[in-house]
Design a protein around this ligand. Structure first.
Ligand SMILES: [Fe+2]
Ligand SMILES: [Fe+2]
Length: 261
């Protein structure tokens, strides 16, 4: 169940999501990566992101909090794909490296499409459930978070890829636990809410009520979480090393930007 193919092939990914509807299978799948110990820097950054989210949107899960979480959750996958293209600009003569970066792009595309589906459908649900969605709190602030998160994730990927994956592991763990709490608390109400969404159909899912939809979203998040650790395990020794050249480059770029402004 943990193979590289699951997180790069849309059909295998969807098959895994269907399998995870069984609570026992889900529990076993989740437990396989529960005890992963993340490093100090991703812990610090991940804790800060979650804390900011709790301050702005509250600790309790809600449709509007999910909307913001999903805007932000897409970002690491975009940053990994961008960072992979950046590295290909430098290492295009190294075929083996190019192939490995190809796997990163494939996984990132699939996860990004999945998160995009989440944000589109959840935005439509939030609009239906809340007549007023504030522009500052629910549109501008998530965009600012996303900007910050994109560059954090991109720089970490170039400097030490493991840290970028670990940061995503922490964010996806948070998303999974928020959806789990929400489903447990509102199961009956969610089952009675029908869902009709064209974007969801175009994506290829057939959920017809909120409950089934959120169950699958919760599974998506745990697959994203576990896949982040699988990506760490697939790194070569060279890819695991810290890249000092990129640290120098980033420091110089930050210095130049600070001088200009
Ligand atoms: Fe998501
Ligand atoms: Fe996710």
């Amino acid at each position: 169940m943990n193979s590289q193919e699951n997180d790069e092939s849309p059909n295998k990914f969807e098959k895994l999501i269907k399998d995870l509807r069984d609570e026992k299978v889900l529990e076993e799948y989740k437990a396989s990566r529960d005890n992963y110990k993340t490093s100090f820097l991703p812990n610090l950054l991940g804790g800060f992101l979650v804390w900011c989210g709790n301050v702005v949107y509250g600790r309790e899960p809600s449709y509007l909090k999910f909307r913001a979480v999903e805007v932000i959750a897409r970002v690491p996958y975009q940053s990994w794909a961008s960072a992979a293209y950046t590295l290909l600009t430098i290492f295009y003569t190294d075929e083996a490296k190019a192939m490995r970066l190809g796997h990163v792009k494939k996984f990132s595309r699939l996860a990004n499409d999945n998160e995009t589906m989440h944000v589109v459908v959840i935005s439509s649900i939030a609009k239906h459930e809340h007549k007023h969605v504030g522009v500052l709190r629910h549109t501008i602030i998530p965009m600012l978070f996303s900007f910050f998160y994109f560059w954090m994730s991109y720089c970490l990927f170039l400097v030490k890829r493991e840290w970028s994956y670990e940061l995503n592991y922490l964010f996806e763990s948070h998303a999974f636990s928020q959806y789990s709490t929400f489903i447990k608390r509102h199961a009956e109400g969610l089952k009675n809410k029908p869902l009709e969404n064209e974007f969801l159909k175009q994506y290829g899912r057939t959920n017809t009520n909120y409950y089934d939809f959120f169950l699958d979203v919760r599974s998506d998040e745990i697959v994203h979480r576990n896949s982040s650790i699988e990506k760490i395990e697939q790194l070569s020794d060279e890819e695991k090393e810290m890249n000092l050249w990129f640290i120098v480059l980033i420091v110089v770029l930050v210095w130049v930007v600070a001088k200009i402004f």
